[in-house]
Structures are given as C-alpha cells and as structure tokens.
Design a protein around this ligand. Structure first.
Ligand code: AHG
Ligand code: MN
Ligand code: MN
Length: 334
C-alpha cells in the first residue's frame, strides 16, 4: 500500500513484490536512476552559478548543438548504471550507437536495457526554465549473458516494463510507472530524499490546454491546422487556452495535472516530426496510458509502432483522452 509521504526508497521496496518478474533487479535499476537524478538535479540547480551553461562545442548525431549539461547528464546516468552493473545495455539521445555493458563477461546476468533522453528541453537551460530526463526500460529479447544487439532496443513501446521522467522544475520530481499506475515523488533538497507527493496520477479525461509550437503552423498537415483552429474558435465559452514551454517533460507534466494535449506533428520541415520514438514518445506514451491518457501519431497508437531505428522520429499527440481522440478525428477527416 502506497502512502503519501513515504520515501521513494520505501515505495520501491514495498511495491517490489507486486511486480511480476520480481528479482530485485528492476528495483535496483530504478534506485540507480533515482541516484543519478539527484546528482543531475544538483548540477542543473547551480547552472546559473558556474561556467557550465552554454554549448559544449559539439553536435550530437542529429546535428543539434549539445549543451554542457546534456553531456554532463548523459555521462552521469550512463556512469551510474554502468558502474553499478545493473543493466546490459543503454541507448541515449546523446550517443550515436547503443552501449553494450559487460559484453566481455559471460557471467553477467542482467536482463534490462535502458533508453534515455538525459536532458530534455536543453535549449531552456540558459533561461532558467524547467528541463527534464526521460527513461524507458525493457527486458532484453536476446539471451541473457550475451552482448546486447539492436533487437533489444527496437521493441514496441507496449513491451516496456517501466518508464518515467524527472522534471527539474520549481521543485524536482520523479514520476514513473511499472505498469501499475503512475506515481510522482518530490525531492526534498534539504534531506536529499524523494517523497511520494502525487500517488496514482491521472490525466483528466478532458482539458483546456493545448500545447504546440504554433510558429510551425503553416507547415502543419491540414488535420492539425483544423484541430488548432477548433481549439481557437470554439463557439460560446471558448474553453481552450494555449501553453507551450518547449520542454516535453514540463509540458506533459502540466497537462497530466491540469488536463491538456501536447502536439508535435510532422510538418513540411520535418517529415516525421521532431520527437524521438524510443526515448521520448514511448516512455511518455506508457505513462500517459497508465494515467488514463492517450498517445498517438495522429492515426496509430504510439506504443504499437514497430521501431526500425534507434533515433527514429515520430509525430506525437499525447494527453487527455477526449482531446487526443478529437485531434485524431480531425486527422482522419482532413
Ligand atoms: P531535447 O532538448 O532533448 O533535444 O528535446 C527538445 C524537444 C522537446 O523537449 C520539446 O518539446 C521540443 O523539442 C521543442 O521543440 P521546438 O523548439 O521545435 O518547439
Ligand atoms: Mn528531448
Ligand atoms: Mn535531450
């Protein structure tokens, strides 16, 4: 039984037995993410104080500027999971290829792979706006004890065993699911512990907020344009309002609490949108569905898409169920 105010450590131990493959391995993995999140939180929080903000001078595989904190967060999460020897493979937005762990050691028995966006919304760091971390966890499909292969990472989102995010906001929260609802934990920075503050999080079925980069409007497909017009021109009491932070984690977190929809459609500029299926859309989709929300590419359930590439992009529509269904209706009818 989860209780408000229990620590994340207590929650993990108490809920371990309800997890169907329980061996303690997943609990250890989530514990190591909790630890890395605290370290990254510490660094994010002093970003304005030290010479760590600004571009690192490198670009990642997608040609985007890497921020120093992107690199820092990437290294911290990878180091924490590698040194503690609890996963067999990691894929990251900031790494061109997946990393195989302990591939030389025939005795390693680790079952899980992790896919991660170490720092989401990184263009917001320099202006003191919330950023996040997103993670997605699968059981490997290749035999335990052998080096991981790309097949271990290119699994449908519906195969995820856990997913979560950290939002480094006005307070720092870790929100995650193991397929049994969604729980949110807030960090008490004085003590360094996460406490259960948001048990059993749920998207309201309907909402008033739509979140989309309207600067791309003219490049959007007709169905999306029509949906945005519908949000803007609803007759009578216009129920909708627009909020867009530009950090997926923060926009999603607000919409889950208040009710809303997030859209990053394809456009004539990006034929598959911008967001990455494996470490942005799938984990958010898993959390959304576990919180009574919905996630779609406009036509298909996100978690039913069979990935073909590690850094694959996909159009993403996610949030309150009725709002996502309405947007899908506009896509079908365009
Ligand atoms: P990242 O910082 O990991 O590259 O992700 C940024 C993503 C996402 O967080 C955000 O919602 C979106 O990019 C914003 O894109 P636009 O600036 O094109 O609106
Ligand atoms: Mn991101
Ligand atoms: Mn990122």
């Amino acid at each position: 039984m989860s209780r408000k105010n229990q620590t994340l450590g207590e929650f993990i131990i108490e809920n371990q037995s309800s997890f169907k493959y329980t061996s303690g391995e997943l609990s250890r993995l989530i514990n190591s993410i909790r630890l890395a999140a605290k370290v990254v939180n510490h660094e994010v929080n002093k970003a304005g104080l030290v010479d760590i903000i600004g571009a690192a001078g490198d670009t990642n595989i997608q040609g985007e500027d890497q921020q120093k904190l992107d690199v820092y967060a990437n290294n911290k999460f990878i180091q924490t999971m590698t040194k503690r020897n609890i996963v067999c493979g990691i894929a990251s937005e900031e790494e061109d290829d997946f990393i195989s762990i302990n591939s030389q050691d025939e005795n390693h028995q680790n079952k899980y792979v992790v896919l991660i966006d170490p720092l989401d919304g990184s263009s917001n760091i320099d202006v003191n706006v919330s950023v996040g971390t997103i993670f997605s966890i699968y059981r490997r499909v290749t035999p335990v004890g052998t080096p991981v292969t790309i097949d271990d990472f290119l699994q449908k989102g519906s195969q995820q065993v856990a997913a979560g995010y950290v939002v480094y906001g006005t307070s720092t929260m870790l929100v995650y699911t193991t397929g049994d609802g969604v729980n949110g934990f807030t960090l008490n920075p004085a003590i360094g512990s996460f406490y259960l503050s948001h048990p059993n999080m749920q998207f309201p079925e309907d909402g008033k907020i739509y979140s989309v980069n309207e600067g791309n409007y003219t490049h959007f497909p007709q169905g999306i344009k029509n949906y945005i017009k519908y949000c803007q021109l609803e007759e009578g009491d216009r129920p909708y309002t627009s909020r867009y932070i530009g950090s997926l984690v923060s926009d999603f977190h607000r919409n889950m609490i208040k009710g809303g929809i997030y859209l990053y459609p394809k456009s004539s500029l990006n034929s598959n949108g911008k967001l990455r299926l494996l470490y942005e859309c799938n984990p958010m989709a898993f959390i959304a569905e576990q919180a009574n929300g919905k996630a779609s590419d406009g036509f298909t359930r996100i978690m039913d898409i069979k990935p073909t590439e590690l850094h694959q992009r996909v159009p993403f529509i996610c949030g309150s169920k009725n709002m996502v269904e309405k947007a899908e209706e506009f896509m079908r009818n365009a």
